[in-house]
Design a protein around this ligand. Structure first.
Ligand SMILES: NC(=O)c1ccc[n+]([C@@H]2O[C@H](COP(=O)([O-])OP(=O)(O)OC[C@H]3O[C@@H](n4cnc5c(N)ncnc54)[C@H](O)[C@@H]3O)[C@@H](O)[C@H]2O)c1
Length: 288
């Protein structure tokens, strides 16, 4: 989608971090942006600050893991801006950590926010984009965790799911004039590790999501891992730069939008491990 000015975007998780960076970068080139987020105070602040730059933006509070809430937010966006050309499925949370800490409610929560909201986003917005016939683009935020694999199974499963979904539908939707990109950031300076602030009331007290630091009391390995992550995220890439990369990715219809090359060797190692499986079966001797 080459001409972004005057197009309309719907960005989830837009009150903070990468979502706010994307909303800002799009607004700066004249896109009208609806910022959707579960956190009202942060959302109001983000919208107010963007409006001061003369941007055509508005905000809507929605828990995008609930299909009904996403449908309602979509309807209000159409009411406000007429149509939507760009969907950014970005809202996300961190997961409960090591597999032994995961709970049934935690799985429901993380799958709901990180994966089902993306699937529902495609299902709700694709027919609307087809209907207005002006073309569209869908960017979903996965992670490097979507192309390599590490501990924190809930996060990994959902991010691999977002990558698989995006790759899988790109050909089909491309034929309908709808581009598909998947954003796989490395370490970005955001509030992601404080994701426990976003536990919806239906899961309160039923998950192991805790603010950063509270692991220390009961699990040394998880604490060490989190401490490393916190340091890397504090020193991470500027989310506004990520927003610019996403804007370019939409303009150039790029499938994979990466933010840096730090994890490329780990990707190569994963591919080499998978190749070992092929090599083994290729050279397998018959047992008899
Ligand atoms: N920060 C990083 O290093 C990094 C790296 C790779 C991928 N990501 C991904 O980037 C995306 C954005 O995260 P971020 O790093 O900007 O973190 P962030 O916490 O700063 O922003 C996430 C936003 O999503 C919102 N949100 C959470 N649950 C929601 C829900 N149910 N409905 C609506 N909004 C909800 C939060 O309120 C917040 O505003 C996530 O999908 C995350 O997994 C982040």
């Amino acid at each position: 989608m080459k001409e972004l000015a005057n197009k309309v975007a719907f960005v989830t998780g837009a009150a903070s971090g990468i979502g706010l960076g994307i909303a800002t970068a799009l607004a700066q080139v004249g896109v009208k942006v609806m910022l959707a987020d579960i956190e009202k105070a942060a959302l109001d602040k983000a919208v107010e600050s963007l409006k001061r730059t003369n941007a055509a933006v508005d905000g809507i509070v929605a828990d995008v893991s609930l299909r009904g809430a996403l449908e309602e937010a979509t309807a209000k966006t159409i009411e406000r801006f007429g149509k939507v050309h760009i969907l950014v499925n970005n809202a996300g949370i961190g997961g409960e950590g090591l597999f032994e800490h995961t709970t049934p409610s935690g799985w429901d929560w993380v799958l709901g926010v990180n994966l089902m909201s993306v699937i529902n986003g495609f299902q709700i917005f694709v027919p609307l984009m087809r209907e207005h016939g002006e073309g569209g683009h869908i960017v979903s935020t996965a992670s490097m965790a979507g192309v390599i694999t590490a501990p924190n199974a809930q996060y990994q499963v959902t991010k691999h799911g977002v990558v698989a979904l995006s790759e899988s539908v790109r050909g089909e939707l491309g034929q309908q004039g709808i581009g598909v990109s998947v954003l796989c950031p490395g370490f970005i300076r955001t509030n992601i590790l404080d994701f426990a602030r976003n536990v919806p009331s239906r899961y309160q007290g039923k998950t192991n999501a805790r603010p950063f630091g509270q692991w220390q009391a009961n699990d040394a390995v998880a604490a060490e891992r989190l401490s490393f992550m916190q340091k890397r995220i504090n020193e991470g890439i500027d989310p506004l730069y990520v927003g610019d990369l996403v804007r370019e990715g939409i303009e150039d219809d790029v499938l994979y939008i990466f933010t840096d090359t730090e994890f490329e060797p780990l990707f190569d190692a994963r591919v080499a491990e998978i190749k070992k499986g092929f090599d083994r079966i290729r050279s397998r001797k018959p047992r008899h």
